[in-house]
Write a protein that binds this ligand. Sequence first.
Ligand SMILES: Cc1cc2nc3c(=O)[nH]c(=O)nc-3n(C[C@H](O)[C@H](O)[C@H](O)COP(=O)(O)OP(=O)(O)OC[C@H]3O[C@@H](n4cnc5c(N)ncnc54)[C@H](O)[C@@H]3O)c2cc1C
Length: 393
Amino acid sequence: MVLTEKQKALQQSIRKTVQKIIVPRAEDIDRSNQFPEDVVKALTKEGYMKTRVPKEYGGLDWGTLEFNLLIEEISRASGSMAMIWCTSAQSATMEKLFGTEAQKKKYLTWLANDAIANYAASSEPSGGTDMGGIQTTAVRKGDYYILSGDKYFLEPATHADFFHVFAKTEPEKRSRGISCFIVEKNFPGVSIGKVADPIGLRGAGLAEILLRDAKVPAENLLGPYNAGVRIARAGLDDASAIGGLPLGMAQSALELALDYAVSRKAFDQTIASFQAVNFMLVDMATKVEASRSMIYRASGIRDAGQNDVRFFVMSSTFANMVAYEVSQSALDIFGGHGVLDNWHPVTRVWRDAHTNYGAGGTTNLRRLVISRNMFTELSPSSPLSPFSAAIRG
Ligand SMILES: Cc1cc2nc3c(=O)[nH]c(=O)nc-3n(C[C@H](O)[C@H](O)[C@H](O)COP(=O)(O)OP(=O)(O)OC[C@H]3O[C@@H](n4cnc5c(N)ncnc54)[C@H](O)[C@@H]3O)c2cc1C
């Protein structure tokens, strides 16, 4: 997919902004594991937070491709910042797909201003891939739902203004009895629990949220009652819309390795002149280009209004695998120097890529989604289609 002149100009202007605002802070965000309020404010001022919000609610309504160009550039500088951006900006997708007019008016308008949001609060100690294993409950009491439970591994939980929380409305129905709620951080009974100290994507506000008889207005039920798994799955299907995140990490790992390979000398020559290292770099570059082609193509398909879930999930899964592998190769090219300094950019990108690998659903879960769609497409009557309880929900 070839970028238009307008898209190339946009990419250049984002690159300049990222260079100015994020690059000087990237190492400190990683070291401190502190949510970078100053950087988020500066990027919000550039209008980047409202890119996914429709114009009628005050947003910029960027296409998926433009949004991925933004995320790729941010991620190239800092995986953590890209994670904050993806989960916040993409929260708009939840309201766009499933919100009532009143919900859209309130939450999309808020996102178009300066809201920070969590895309999906599903995971719990008892249920990650298996959504049916979650224990958070929502019980209707008059005009409210009362939510009780713990959610963990949420980004950017420490600073999110609102969350999309999945809770069991009919626990006996397991995954068919889960609903989704828009939960504001200031609702009674909502608090932030333990803040994580992860190996990568540090500073992105990874934390638990605790719901202790949290009082959520009934009108904050998002989408149909008991349709939580379908709503969460729409988020996973949408992952190609944020494929720029692993793509930017892979690009960064490649650039770091290239720079090092042409400057580091061994046996009186640069290590890039050894064919083994050279071929490794060629393979890395090829994988990054393949990942970029898939992500841009998936974005183009989405922007053309077509829904190709099989390809969308393939492209985001492949981009994740490429970031994982290319960051590993980059670390190898740095020899001992890569692993001696925990805060070196090459270790950061390796830690970020490994942390991101299962963040929006593990590779196995993604494969299950691809296979369900692949077999349904090839043979709708196949007994293999859909063959997984995890996917049937
Ligand atoms: C940085 C980060 C950010 C995150 N942000 C969020 C967030 O905002 N919201 C949120 O809800 N969650 C979030 N998560 C949690 C993430 O979604 C879960 O970690 C993920 O879904 C896996 O769940 P789990 O860790 O419980 O692993 P498990 O579900 O216990 O899986 C363990 C292993 O078993 C495999 N497995 C499980 N079931 C199957 C199956 N049916 N077939 C084949 N293999 C299977 C998995 O692939 C994995 O390899 C985040 C995680 C990270 C690391």
